[in-house]
Design a protein. Structure first.
Length: 28
């Protein structure tokens, strides 16, 4: 099972891969 945090992290990684234009979204 994937925890909610894991799903969120996966989503962010996919989003970064899609929008690979030099922008960065810092996670805290």
């Amino acid at each position: 099972m994937i925890s909610t945090k894991g799903r969120y992290a996966l989503r962010v990684l996919i989003d970064l891969a899609k929008n690979d234009n030099g922008r960065y979204i810092p996670l805290k």
